[in-house]
Each structure stands twice: as structure tokens, then as C-alpha cells.
Design a protein around this ligand. Sequence first.
Ligand SMILES: Nc1ncnc2c1ncn2[C@@H]1O[C@H](COP(=O)(O)OP(=O)(O)OP(=O)(O)O)[C@@H](O)[C@H]1O
Ligand SMILES: [Mg+2]
Length: 257
Amino acid sequence: MIEIKDLTVKYPGKNEATLVLDRLNITIATGDIYTFIGPSGCGKSTFLYVLAGILKDFSGTISIDGQDIDPKTQRIGLILQNYGLLPWKTVHQNIMLGIKIKKDPPELDEYKVYILNQLGIDDLLDRYPKELSGGQQQRVAIARAFLLNPDLLLMDEPFSALDAITREEMQELFLNIWKQNSVTTFFITHSVDEALYLGSKIVVFSPSPGRILEVLDNPCFKLDNLRFRDEYYAMSTKLRNLMGLSRDRVKDDKSAR
Ligand SMILES: Nc1ncnc2c1ncn2[C@@H]1O[C@H](COP(=O)(O)OP(=O)(O)OP(=O)(O)O)[C@@H](O)[C@H]1O
Ligand SMILES: [Mg+2]
């Protein structure tokens, strides 16, 4: 269980600090996928930086099973919005980075072949990040996070740079991997459909400064033919109302299933 209490973040400014996250309170159940959705600039990435231990200047508390979150002790798989690959390392070196630090992933070789193959990056291992497209870089970042066999998976819009078909394949792959060991996952997205398809719970952020507007149980989780279900229509409308989106923006949603 992850408990977040009164999490507040301010970024320093020239004259005064800007409030970015405003007293977030939420308890995350172990083994669930939480999708986080909210408008651009509301602080979603900032929230993930804090959870990942990258941003330490915050107030409030975060604990995992009663202990402070610490990337040195917890195995945290992290996919950043800008992919977070090291430019001077090859694809293979980037993928193995976290694993070398954390050690002991189970049956790594077989699993590695499977993941690299499923992500379609097995031919790219000797390249450097600058020789890859955005979508390929994103898939390398996904491979690195999955191969770590993490206790906690933090994903910041991990499929945003992918075309619609690849994105759907990656969503399926993610759910398949997640089913194997139900890793607790924070999945940030700006897509209502993706939030509905992947999240067992959906957390809706307010516009900046980010606050949690609502935490919803998601009856659409893992439903096939999502778009044809009554549950989908009801939840989608509810989310859009919460986010102040009108129905006619549905067609702009690139991840529409
Ligand atoms: N290092 C920084 N210094 C000052 N302000 C920052 C910094 N990083 C982000 N911000 C500001 O904090 C706010 C939240 O940014 P953040 O990247 O967390 O938003 P987001 O919800 O992830 O947005 P998006 O959906 O566009 O990715 C924004 O207004 C942003 O301009
Ligand atoms: Mg962001």
C-alpha cells in the first residue's frame, strides 16, 4: 500500500514560488493499476518525479508499506515522458542499466528475448538513442522498465509517441505483463480512452495547481470492445464532465479504440 498525505510541490520562481501540486491525498492499493488523467500542466509529471525520488523538494509524506519510498531499496520501473535514455549508451546498454544496478531479475534471458521481440526493438540493440525515432526510443524505455521486474511501475504517457496500432499492441503487452505479477502501477495519460482501458482505478486531476478531483472505480477495466459498452459511455461522459471536455473532442482522442 502506498500512502500519500498532503503532498505539496512548489517550483521556485524569480519573485515567488509557483504552487504546482496542492495537498494530494491518496492511498494506492498494492497490485492495482491507477491511471492518472488531467489537463496539460496540472502537475502529473511532477507527481511522478516525486514518486520516483527525482524531485525531493516537496512537503507532505509518501510511504510504501509504512516505509519511505526510496529508489535504492524499492525496485522502481520508470518511464519518463521524454524517455530518459542516456544518449552516450547504446540501446542494449540503456536497457540493461537498471538491471545491473538492481540485480537478480528472474529468468532474464528468455524474458528479455520475449520483451525485445514484442516491443519490436530486437534489431536496434547496437544503435544510439539519437539514431532512433521517438516511438522507438519510447519502446526502449518501456523495455528497460519491464525488464527490471519492478515492485512499482511509474509510467508517464508511455505510449504517446506511438501510432494508433502500435499503441494498442503496447497496451495489450502491458496488460499481459501486468497480469503475470500484478505490479502496482501509476500510469499517466491524457487520453480518456486509455485511462478507461488500462486503469482499475482512475484518478482525475484538476487544472493547475493540481489537486485530486476524484478517484473512480473503473468498471471498464480490461473489457473487450470497450467502445460498444454502456459502461464505457457512462464512464467516458463522467470523466469528460469532470475534466470539462465536451463530447465532440472524442474524435481528437488519438488512442480511441
Ligand atoms: N523545473 C520547473 N521549474 C518551474 N516550473 C516547472 C518546472 N517543471 C514544470 N514546471 C511547471 O509546473 C507545472 C506542471 O508541470 P508538469 O510537467 O508536472 O505538468 P503535466 O501535467 O505533466 O503536463 P503535460 O500533460 O503537458 O505533460 C507546469 O505549469 C510547468 O510549466
Ligand atoms: Mg507531463
